[in-house]
Design a protein around this ligand. Structure first.
Ligand SMILES: Cc1cc2nc3c(=O)[nH]c(=O)nc-3n(C[C@H](O)[C@H](O)[C@H](O)COP(=O)(O)O)c2cc1C
Length: 368
C-alpha cells in the first residue's frame, strides 16, 4: 500500500527559495542516466524526460561536469562547459518551464573517480590515494588509478570552472545550480579526514578541508546570486570507497563559513537518525532538503513526518521520480507506484527513460 499525501500534507505546501516559488516540497533528486552524447551534450531525449517530471517542486538534474577534465568517471555523462551543451540545457530548461516545473543543474567534478580511458585525463584528488574500486571503461573493467594531488593553482582554476558553469546554467534559463559536494567526488574528497592528507591550506583542520567547497559556493553565489545556489553533502557516505573518521567537523566548518551567504538550500543525503544529520541540522537555519537512502514507501512517510515537524523544508527522492513521472499525483491519491527498472538506469536509449507510464496513460491503455 502506497503512503498517501493528504490535502494538508506538509510536502504538498509551496516553498519559497529566494525569488523561486516551488509548487510543493517534493523534489527530484539528482540522477545520472548516462545518455549524453560522447561530447557531453545532454541527450536529445533529456528535455522530454525532465519535462515529464515537472510535477516535482524542483528538479535537480543529473550530475553535470564543469569542465572536460571533470567528466571522466563514467561514459555518456553530460557537461556544461561548451556552447553546444549549453544550448541543449536551454532546450531542457524551456521544456521544463513550459510544463510548469522548476530546475537546478547539479554541478560536479569527479575527482579521483576518473579513469583516463573514459575522459582522456588523469584522475586528480586532494592526495594520491586511490579509491579501491574497479570501473567500467570502454575496454572493460579496470581498477581506478592512483590520482594526482591538485596544486593550489589548479584548485583556484576549478573554482573558476564551477563559476563559469553556473553562469552557463543560468544563461541557459535554469533556475539555479546545485553544487555536488557528496558521494565520493572531488569536493567530498577534500572534506574527508582520510582521503585528504594535504598539509597546505586545503588539508588538515576541518576549516582547511572545508575550504575548497566553501570557495566554490562563494564563487558561484557571487556569480549567479546566493539564492540560486544549492549545496549537496553526504556526511559519512561510503560511495566511491569514501571514508571519514570524523563525519561532522569539516561539515560544521563548511556550514559555519557559508551561512552568512544565505544560499538557496542545503541538501543533505543522510539517515535522519544519524549523528551527523542531528549535528548539522542544529547548525543550519536556512532551507534544508533531505534525501534518505531508503526504500521508496517508508521514505515518503518518514520525510512527510520530518517536514510536518519542521525538521526539514523539503524532501528529495530519486528512484521514485525516475520510475513515476507523475509521482506527486500518485502520492496524493495513494496510487500504486511503478517499480524502477535497475537494468535501464544507465542504459542508452528511451527504454526506462521516457517510457514509464503515468496513471492517465495506464488508464487510457485499459480495454474499454
Ligand atoms: C541511477 C542513479 C543515479 C544517481 N545519480 C546521482 C547524481 O548524478 N548525483 C547525485 O548527487 N546523486 C546521484 N544518485 C543518488 C540519488 O540522488 C539518491 O541520493 C539515491 O538514489 C537515494 O534516494 P532514493 O532512495 O530516493 O532513490 C543517483 C542514484 C541513482 C539510483
Amino acid at each position: 500500500m502506497t503512503f498517501t499525501l493528504g490535502a494538508d500534507a506538509a510536502l504538498r505546501k509551496p516553498l519559497q527559495i529566494g525569488a523561486l516559488s516551488t509548487e510543493n516540497r517534493l523534489f527530484m533528486a539528482p540522477l545520472t542516466r548516462s545518455r549524453a552524447d560522447a561530447d557531453g551534450t545532454p541527450s536529445a531525449l533529456a528535455a522530454e524526460y525532465y519535462a515529464q517530471r515537472a510535477q516535482a517542486g524542483l528538479i535537480i538534474s543529473e550530475a553535470t561536469a564543469v569542465c572536460e577534465q571533470a567528466n571522466g568517471a563514467y561514459m555518456n555523462t553530460p557537461g556544461i562547459y561548451t556552447d553546444r551543451q549549453q544550448d541543449r540545457w536551454a532546450d531542457i530548461a524551456s521544456a521544463v518551464h513550459r510544463a510548469g516545473g522548476k530546475m537546478f543543474v547539479q554541478l560536479w567534478h569527479v575527482g579521483r573517480m576518473a579513469h583516463p580511458e573514459i575522459g582522456g585525463f588523469e584522475a586528480v584528488a586532494p592526495s594520491p590515494i586511490a579509491a579501491d574500486m574497479v570501473t567500467h571503461t570502454p575496454t572493460g573493467k579496470k581498477p581506478l588509478p592512483v590520482p594526482r594531488a591538485l596544486t593550489a593553482d589548479e584548485i583556484a582554476s576549478i573554482v573558476g570552472q564551477f563559476r563559469s558553469a553556473a553562469r552557463r546554467a543560468v544563461d541557459a534559463g535554469m533556475d539555479g545550480v546545485e553544487i555536488h559536494s557528496a558521494n565520493g567526488y572531488l569536493l567530498h574528497e577534500f572534506l574527508s579526514d582520510v582521503v585528504n592528507q594535504r598539509t597546505d591550506a586545503y588539508g588538515g583542520s576541518p576549516q582547511n578541508r572545508a575550504r575548497f567547497a566553501a570557495e566554490v559556493v562563494e564563487a558561484v553565489a557571487d556569480e549567479i546570486g546566493a539564492e540560486r545556489v544549492g549545496l549537496r553533502i553526504s556526511p559519512g557516505n561510503t560511495a566511491g570507497d569514501m571514508s571519514e573518521v570524523d563525519q561532522v567537523s569539516a561539515y560544521e566548518a563548511l556550514l559555519c563559513r557559508i551561512k552568512s551567504l544565505h544560499i538557496g538550500y542545503l541538501h543533505i543525503v543522510a539517515e535522519p537518525s544519524s549523528e551527523s544529520f542531528a549535528a548539522l541540522r542544529t547548525q543550519w537555519e536556512g532551507t534544508l532538503v533531505l534525501n534518505t537512502p531508503r526504500t521508496v514507501d517508508s521514505d515518503i512517510e518518514t520525510l512527510e513526518n520530518l517536514a510536518k515537524w519542521g525538521v526539514i523544508s523539503a524532501a528529495a527522492v530519486g528512484r521514485a521520480f525516475l520510475a513515476n513521472p507523475d509521482l506527486v499525483t500518485r502520492l496524493e491519491s495513494g496510487a500504486e507506484l511503478n517499480e524502477p527498472d535497475v537494468a535501464t538506469f544507465y542504459a542508452p536509449g528511451p527504454a526506462g527513460y521516457i517510457d514509464y507510464p503515468t496513471l492517465d496513460e495506464l488508464a487510457a491503455a485499459q480495454p474499454a
